[in-house]
Unconditional design. Structure first.
Length: 289
């Protein structure tokens, strides 16, 4: 075990002793191996929980941290993947520690629920805060099941902006890395509310899907090995994900999406995606490419 990580770029995983954090570490292995960079396990001991003057309390917090990273280390080693593992235990608030680590990271991966949130049915506060403030892409991992991954979609939402091309590149790379089919989603809403307008809705959806498919032609040439399909939905992004959650393993999005990150990583998105085990990758604009 390396107690002092190298300054080189790494894939950072937030460890807190939860099963969700172990899933995040296992999910991140492929990310590190594909980039040939270390997997860095970071445990942050919140000074607020170690503020007691009793040295025994501080020793217990350190022992808890060491046990947590040891379990994560062993779980990653058990994959038999050729990945270098680094460990860092810090005296710092978890959100601040991971945000600082994100400055030099290729990606930060965290579990969807920490120990404090697993009984509340909501996403962990650390994951939600990182989604909005990290300096690199952030993966919020809801589960790790490589056996079913190849049968489930990676989904990315795009629009006409140049930022969408960067998000799409991330999604294509994720689909290739995980051997999964990719759905490229565009959503639209209109004044159509009456069932008699169903034909008009279908016509607009077909037109939007055809336009998106033409846009994807160049990407399909670059990634001929991937199964890439265009989907146009007369719906909100969250509703689409809710209806299809069981067939989606990963949703890729950017900070600039109109629906807002809070909708996806907050309580509505948690309720929609958690039981299906759909993870979320948020691409920070400054580090898209």
């Amino acid at each position: 075990m390396h107690e002092h990580p190298s300054p080189a770029s790494s894939v950072v995983v937030g460890i807190d002793g939860s099963r969700s954090a172990i899933d995040a570490a296992l999910w991140a292995v492929d990310e590190a191996v594909s980039r040939d960079i270390p997997l860095r396990l970071v445990y942050a001991i919140d000074p607020a929980t170690a503020a007691s003057t009793d040295p025994h309390d501080a020793a217990r917090e350190l022992a808890k941290a060491e046990v947590a990273v040891r379990y994560a280390f062993m779980a990653v080693e058990a994959t038999d993947q050729p990945v270098k593992i680094e460990v860092e235990i810090l005296q710092e608030r978890p959100i601040r520690a991971l945000r600082e680590a994100s400055r030099g990271a290729a990606m930060v991966c965290v579990g969807s629920m920490g120990l404090k949130h697993r009984s509340r049915g909501q996403i962990g506060s650390t994951a939600a805060a990182l989604a909005a403030s990290a300096h690199c892409p952030v993966s919020i991992v809801r589960c790790h099941d490589p056996r079913s991954a190849r049968k489930r979609y990676v989904v990315v939402e795009v629009d006409a902006s140049s930022v969408s091309d960067g998000v799409l590149t991330h999604a294509l790379e994720q689909a290739r890395l995980r051997g999964a089919p990719l759905q490229v989603l565009t959503t639209w809403q209109s004044r159509f509310t009456d069932r008699r307008d169903g034909d008009a809705v279908d016509d607009v959806s077909r037109l939007a899907a055809a336009q998106l498919d033409r846009r994807l032609a160049q990407w399909k040439k670059r990634y001929p090995e991937l199964d890439v399909s265009a989907v146009a939905a007369h719906d909100s992004t969250l509703n689409y994900l809710t209806k299809n959650a069981s067939s989606i393993q990963l949703f890729v999005t950017g900070h600039e999406r109109a629906h807002g990150i809070g909708e996806i990583v907050g309580p509505p998105g948690y309720a929609a995606l958690h039981n299906a085990g759909c993870s979320v990758l948020i691409c920070e604009p400054r580090n898209l490419l």
